[in-house]
Design a protein around this ligand. Structure first.
Ligand code: PEP
Ligand code: MG
Length: 601
């Protein structure tokens, strides 16, 4: 490592732990950055540029004809607009000039000119210009691929070597589909710690950093890099000294992880014998290997939407029942809790939400979607009921805002039981049913909801978003996302008291459950279960085993009296730092549950 270019450090927010050494693959908004190198022959490079443009034009004309033959003139016009981009003076004059001035390869000069142009357009508030950027990105990608003259068809965009993926943004579905063997880590300019992209990275154990400014524009394909998912850094062209430092750090982390792995079969209980159920959050069946190794007690949250939405059509009852039964069997004798479809927000299915919503997080998501699409919902409920014969199964409903929704969902569940009985299909009538508490109104009426269910699971990612009114995926307001806000702590207390009144258990399955700083507080408030990404289980278990329940309860009492986030953060940080300083360091940068890395006051 360590090329001719200078070392540069990009700082962002760590969202998934780990250190990775690899060349980068840069995916700009819509197209990838080419390699850059100096050139001697300006005329030859300019010709390469013109050839690439001609090839692109020929392809676009072919596509236009094809579209017109299929569906008439209108669709074909899209490509006319694309061709206009190629005739723009910014392209025709700007790129040859850039080649002349910069003396760099044509594809890189084209990329640089177009990126500048796109950046200016993105700053124009008029949605017309913003929408047009997508067209331009599309054409740019095509032109860049056409510099490769060996293939008549554009070459695929995915590199076939291991790399760190640097992108402007990544959708949860792209993250889910990542080839784990090729993408060793990723860094994005957008994103936040509780976005599903970050949650997936943690679950899959892929080191990741978000919120890196200008990385996409400044980095070049194949630049050697170090991704530091502990501190939230991406270091390009590291010096031999930096590489040495990071190799040492990586070794230390590996040693600590090996130590933590030894806790696999031990209980998550405090020094004074207060037990916590420590389970894992998963999204995919293949994560069960990680769950096994982590020493988690079952699965506290299975986000079923990734399975349901990754296919064009929602898998039918049979397919769902087969998956849920396999999972139940694997997790047995521990319990797996399936969260029913939580569509919407940043997990958008193709078909049912094809109309974009102005406020997706306040829109048609979670239980609202399911209660409106009872056909899909009941199919899923029947599948979960059937899986109840293969192991210990629970189910819970997402985004409950009041007791009415719980009653409605339960009544549909009863209908499903009758239908299965009529069909003579075996199922388990006794599976436990829970409600996720992630909306402030539900927290306020938690006792009423608790009267209807077997458990409450607090989804803090959403509870914080809705309580402090901070979009969980918007980096601009990320510093205002305060899980230690007194309002949140008091709501959690209300929820636990509500559950206690009806003698049912309360869990936390949001990212806050893995935040080592706030862990003493959650335990002191009286949560019975914590569910975290599998890679975090050993860390949280060790922390629980070092805490004293009496002390945690006293801490919770103090925090409930605090009026400012700052006071709560101070109290909790002090408790955590005196009890397990080395664990905090292992989770450094807050990457255990990095949402709270900064713990802003
Ligand atoms: C939550 O909101 O805390 C939660 C666990 O659900 P999700 O992150 O999938 O919205
Ligand atoms: Mg949620």
């Amino acid at each position: 490592m360590g090329g001719t270019r200078k070392e540069a450090i990009y700082a962002g927010t760590p969202v998934s732990r780990g250190i990775v050494f690899a060349p980068v693959h840069v995916m700009a908004r819509g197209f990838s950055a080419p390699e850059v190198h100096p050139i001697a022959n300006v005329t030859r490079e300019t010709e390469r540029f013109r050839d690439a443009l001609s090839r692109t034009k020929r392809q676009l004309e072919g596509l236009q004809e094809h579209m017109e033959s299929l569906s008439g003139n209108e669709e074909g016009r899209i490509f006319e607009a694309h061709m206009l981009v190629l005739e723009d003076p910014v392209v025709l004059k700007g790129v040859p000039k850039a080649i002349e001035d910069r003396r760099q390869n044509a594809e890189y000069c084209f990329y640089a000119v177009m990126q500048n142009q796109l950046e200016s357009m993105r700053r124009i508030p008029d949605p017309f210009f913003r929408d047009r950027t997508t067209d331009i990105e599309d054409v740019c990608q095509r032109v860049l691929r056409n510099f490769d003259t060996e293939h008549e068809e554009p070459a695929p965009d995915e590199p076939d070597h291991q790399h760190i993926l640097v992108a402007y943004d990544l959708s949860p579905s792209t993250t889910a589909a990542m080839d784990r063997h090729q993408v060793l880590g990723f860094a994005t300019e957008r994103g936040s710690i509780t976005s599903h992209t970050a949650i997936l990275a943690r679950s899959l154990g892929i080191p990741a950093v978000v919120g890196l400014r200008n990385a996409v524009f400044n980095l070049h394909a194949l630049d050697p890099c170090i991704l530091d998912g502990y501190e939230g850094k991406l270091i390009s062209n590291p010096t031999p000294e930096t590489v040495r430092k990071y190799r040492e750090l990586e070794e230390q982390h590996q040693l600590r992880r090996a130590e933590l792995d030894k806790l696999r079969d031990l209980e998550a209980a405090t020094t004074d014998g207060h037990s916590i159920t420590l389970s894992a959050n998963i999204e995919f069946e293949h994560e069960l290997d990680l769950v096994d190794r982590s020493g988690a007690e079952g699965v506290g949250l299975f986000r079923t939407e990734f399975f349901l939405l990754e296919n064009e059509e929602c898998p039918d009852e049979e397919k769902q029942a087969a998956l849920y039964s396999r999972v139940a069997k694997r997790v047995s004798p521990s319990e797996v809790i399936f969260r029913t479809l939580d569509a919407g927000g940043d997990k958008v299915p193709g078909e049912p939400l094809s109309e974009p919503e102005p406020n997706p997080f306040l829109g048609w998501r979670g239980i609202r979607f399911s209660l409106d699409r009872q056909d899909l919902f009941k199919e899923q409920l029947r599948a979960i009921l059937r899986a109840g014969t293969s192991g210990r199964v629970g189910l819970m409903f997402p985004l409950i805002s009041g007791v009415g929704e719980v009653r409605q969902a339960k009544s549909l569940l009863s209908e499903c039981m009758e239908e299965l009985t009529e069909r003579g299909v075996e199922f388990n009538r006794e599976i436990s049913v829970g409600a996720m508490i992630e909306v402030p109104s539900a927290a306020m009426v938690a006792a009423d909801i608790a009267a209807e269910v077997d458990f409450l699971s607090i989804g803090t990612n959403d509870l914080v978003q809705y309580t402090v009114a901070v979009d969980r995926v918007n980096p601009r307001v990320a510093k205002l996302y305060r899980s230690a806000h007194p309002g949140i702590i008091r709501l959690i207390k209300t929820i636990i008291e509500g559950a206690n009144q009806h003698r049912i258990w309360t869990g936390v399955c949001g990212e806050m459950a893995g935040d080592l700083t706030l862990l003493p507080l959650l335990i002191g408030l009286g949560v019975d279960e914590l569910s975290v990404g599998a890679p975090l289980v050993p860390l949280v278990k060790q922390a629980v085993r070092l805490l004293d329940f009496e002390e945690c309860s006293a801490l919770a009492k103090q925090c409930l009296e605090a009026s400012e986030t700052r006071q709560i953060v101070q109290l909790c940080s002090r408790a955590a730092a005196t009890t397990y300083p080395e664990l905090l360091q292992e989770a450094s940068g807050g990457a255990s549950a990095p949402s709270f890395a900064a713990h802003p006051a």
